[in-house]
Design a protein around this ligand. Structure first.
Ligand code: NAG
Ligand code: NAG
Ligand code: NAG
Length: 261
């Protein structure tokens, strides 16, 4: 076993969570986010990313730059990029950066992050609004409607009496919060807070206008093989047709000029 390997194992063994001030990071669902490390050591030989609490998910494997088709990758010296963000990515992360340092071999640089995920969705009146936001570390869900700056609690863990929304329309199951028979006043912003009041998720909900299906719209639903074939046809014969027209045009001009002489 090489010395570096031994050192690495030793470091992993003494690994502990130091309390650091979390760096706030935010990303849109489906988008990506960078957890900045901002640490320049000559030789960083390993980084470890964990969720907190650790029981939650354990270590998240951070792929090297070369394999960045993966969802979680290293960027630069020790930044971490998370792509294709999900609402469930919201929460606290700890990054340990192990590097060669003559003074203190055993102390990794520790970074902690608070990741906030946001999303925009639209719902039709009367339909069910389903929010997959009740993460294990979610304590409460607040709602702000479109006509007021006030936040009202709509859900709280362990609380049977729903503080606000029309109790019969609100349901929580399987990590989702559902609001039945969606009404215009349910639109606005839903914010999921953790146990320390930190923002985990923000979902902005707008009302979709019910559109009557116009003939052009229903046409869009048809297979576009027909259209495609037509386009191919034109792209095949279009340029040739143009050349023929142009030649005919030249002949016509020549004829006119000849006649004028
Ligand atoms: C909860 O989720 C699990 C797995 O995602 C699924 O099998 C189950 O049917 C869900 N239950 C409800 C009540 O939606
Ligand atoms: C919006 O919220 C405020 C206070 O929370 C409330 O007084 C008002 O009636 C609400 N408006 C609508 C349209 O629901
Ligand atoms: C559209 O095309 C797919 C396969 O390309 C076919 O399965 C489907 O039935 C078609 N739909 C219509 C409305 O023609």
């Amino acid at each position: 076993m090489s010395f570096t390997m031994l050192k690495l194992l030793l470091l992993l063994w003494v690994f502990n969570y130091s309390e650091t001030i979390p760096i706030h990071a935010a990303g849109k669902k489906g988008g990506s986010v960078i957890l900045p490390c901002e640490f320049k050591a000559r030789e960083i030989f390993h980084i470890r990313l964990n969720r907190q609490p650790t029981s939650f998910e354990g270590e998240i494997f951070v792929y090297d730059k070369k394999y960045c088709s993966k969802r979680v990758c290293k960027k630069g010296a020790c930044d971490v990029v998370i792509k294709d963000l999900r609402l469930s990515d919201a929460g606290k992360y700890i990054l340990n950066v192990y590097y060669n340092n003559a003074e203190s071999l055993l102390a990794p640089q520790v970074r902690s992050y608070q990741l906030h995920i946001y999303d925009d969705i639209s719902v039709k009146i009367g339909e069910v609004l389903k929010l997959d936001v009740l993460l294990p570390d979610a304590l409460q869900v607040m709602h702000q409607n479109t006509s007021s700056a006030e936040w009202k609690m709509v859900w709280k863990r362990g609380s049977k009496s729903r503080v606000n929304i029309k109790q019969d329309r609100l349901k929580d199951s399987n990590g989702s919060l559902s609001i039945k028979r969606f009404m215009a006043e349910d639109a606005g912003t839903y914010r999921v807070l953790g146990y320390e009041g930190e923002i985990l998720i923000t979902v902005t909900v707008t009302v979709t206008e019910e559109k009557s299906k116009s003939p052009t719209e229903s046409k869009g639903n048809l297979n576009y093989t027909d259209d495609e074939q037509k386009r191919n046809h034109w792209s095949l014969f279009g340029p040739a047709g143009l050349v023929v027209l142009f030649v005919l045009f030249l002949i016509l001009i020549a004829a006119i000029i000849k006649k004028m002489q």
